[in-house]
Design a protein around this ligand. Structure first.
Ligand code: MF3
Ligand code: CO
Ligand code: CO
Length: 270
């Protein structure tokens, strides 16, 4: 098995799927308020995908080796949940932070992105965790260009996160994506500069760091999916899907309302 190089036509399909994932996150944003349940967010997203976008929710019944089929159409990871939080009947409350991770399939191609949301007024330490995680993702993205390595990405993310007093989750990573939801390569969010696979134009993968306010250790809940911090500290995650271009990168999960990159960063590098 090796890393596929996508053709310009493949990348155009992934650009469309990526935009639809970003537009789905735009759509759900105003609903993320105190009192709504994550099941309601799931239903709203499901209906928008199926009835408005004519996309397929990739998570629904997704069952990679050894897992029970995922029961919902999106992932909602609240507070100490790191990732793969399964929507449920519990209402969100003021001060919660929630990651919403969506993956749509359009014409057989996947678009995968996630953002953090603050529910009403949120503590400054929770906001800082979300902000540092977002910046960490961008420090990783900024490394992407032909000739750079996967280790450069992981190293940039890990260094930035640890300088800011947080920890990087090791058990989950970014991934190649295309007609398959998860394919090679694995994109670790920690590592050594210069190590690992060398990037080439036409590669498409996600960068999706999970950052804990406390220790990096994880625990899996009995539902077989939800991953939480072992020390019950808060956790945040952001995810973009991008392609390596001749000169650098192009972020594919972009819509009109996608948060603009931090100062000094851009959705496309020149
Ligand atoms: N969207 C997640 C990712 O970024 C994967 C979710 S798998 C699911 O890779 F089954 F939990 F939905
Ligand atoms: Co995702
Ligand atoms: Co992903």
């Amino acid at each position: 098995m090796s890393v596929q190089i996508k053709s310009p036509q493949d990348i155009e399909h992934l650009r469309v799927a990526g935009r639809l994932a970003a537009e789905l996150l735009d759509y759900i944003t105003p609903f993320v308020e105190p009192g709504i349940t994550t099941n309601e967010l799931d239903r709203l997203c499901h209906d928008y995908m199926v009835n408005v976008q004519h996309t397929i929710p990739a998570p629904l019944n997704y069952a990679p080796g050894g897992h029970t089929p995922y029961p919902k159409s999106i992932c909602t990871s609240v507070n100490q949940q790191i990732c793969h939080g399964v929507p449920n009947e519990k209402p969100l409350k003021r001060g919660d932070i929630v990651n919403i991770d969506v993956t749509v399939i359009k014409d057989g191609w996947h678009g995968d992105s996630s953002r953090m949301f603050c529910v009403g007024e949120t503590s400054s330490h929770a906001k800082r965790l979300c902000d540092i995680t977002w910046q960490a993702m961008w420090h990783g993205i900024a490394k992407v260009r032909p000739g750079a390595t996967l280790g450069d990405i992981g190293h940039a993310i890990q260094t930035f996160v640890e300088e800011n007093g947080y920890s990087v989750v090791r058990e989950f990573c970014g991934h190649g994506i295309g007609r398959k939801f998860h394919e090679e390569p694995q994109v670790l969010h920690y590592g050594r500069a210069g190590a690992g696979l060398t990037l080439q134009p036409g590669m498409v993968f996600t960068i999706e760091p999970m950052v804990n306010a406390g220790r990096r250790d994880i625990r899996q809940l009995a539902d077989g999916w939800s991953i939480v911090t072992r020390d019950r500290s808060l956790s945040a995650q952001w995810e973009h899907m991008l392609t390596v271009t001749e000169s650098g990168y192009e972020v594919l999960t972009v819509s009109d309302a996608t948060p603009t990159p931090p100062p000094g960063f851009a959705n496309t590098s020149t």
